[in-house]
Design a binder for this molecule. Structure first.
Ligand SMILES: [Zn+2]
Length: 242
């Protein structure tokens, strides 16, 4: 890419929604200007009918192209990252799955190299502090109650590579774990959970800020017990993934 490049496309997606024809001007590896309508100068690249969108952000992905982030293999992880990048995802967290403490630490330490290099935005620990009754694809034998020592070791691993933790707040010590995660500057997400509406609100008050695959692997909505999905949906502090 030359020092400055101007891209033109028939359709663009900009802050606030879809727009008609538009352009992007690059300065090195940075976006310098974005505009709608005809570009102020002749474009270097005309993308024709293509839709020009900002890079996708994926906060929950376990791998791709046959490679799995939980394996903690840097080369395999790089293959998965390249695969998603080719399809428009420019920012992603590497999601792990419930596993033994040693295995999780090893994976976080290995993937930290890709976080430092800017290839990954961080690591997402999905478990192991999840509800057995809502385990979904997680191995129920790997699920356990939050242990402050284990949690702290994982939050410190890889120079702070962990950026999000999904947990079930109703487990003993669950809400305390939310506080510990938030105090470390990490996003606490609620998922694979049987938490009540009230307990979910308590976890949000403690700093939880995400719902993980909302409705999926959580207590359903009941007329006398709205459950976690309703508590997450009605609180603007807690956007949710689907
Ligand atoms: Zn899940």
């Amino acid at each position: 890419m030359t020092a400055a490049s101007r891209l033109l496309a028939a359709r663009t997606v900009v802050a606030g929604g879809r727009a008609g024809p538009g352009w992007v001007e690059l300065a090195g590896d940075r976006i310098a200007h974005v505009g709608t309508g005809p570009p102020p100068r002749t474009p270097d690249v005309d993308l024709g009918d293509a839709v020009l969108v900002p890079g996708f952000v994926d906060v929950h992905v376990h791998g791709g192209a046959g490679a799995a982030f939980p394996d903690g293999d840097v080369d395999a992880a790089a293959t998965a990252i390249r695969f998603h990048r080719a399809h428009g995802t420019t920012t992603m967290l590497a999601s792990l799955v419930s596993a033994g403490a040693g295995e999780l630490l090893k994976a976080v330490d290995a993937l930290a190299e890709l976080v430092t290099d800017g290839e990954l935005a961080g690591v997402h620990l999905e478990g192991p502090w999840l509800a057995t009754a809502r385990c979904g694809a997680h191995d129920p034998d790997q699920l356990r109650e939050p242990d402050p020592g284990e949690l702290d070791r994982l939050l410190r691993a890889g120079d702070g590579a962990v950026r999000m933790v999904t947990l079930a707040p109703e487990l003993p010590g669950g809400v305390d774990a939310v506080r510990r995660i938030v105090d470390a500057g990490v996003v606490a997400a609620l998922g694979h959970t049987d938490a009540t509406y009230a307990l979910t609100r308590e976890a949000i008050a403690a700093g939880a800020r995400m719902g993980t695959h909302l409705f999926n692997a959580m207590a359903p909505v009941h007329h006398r017990e709205p459950g976690p999905a309703v508590a997450l949906l009605e609180d603007p502090r807690a956007p949710s993934s689907w």
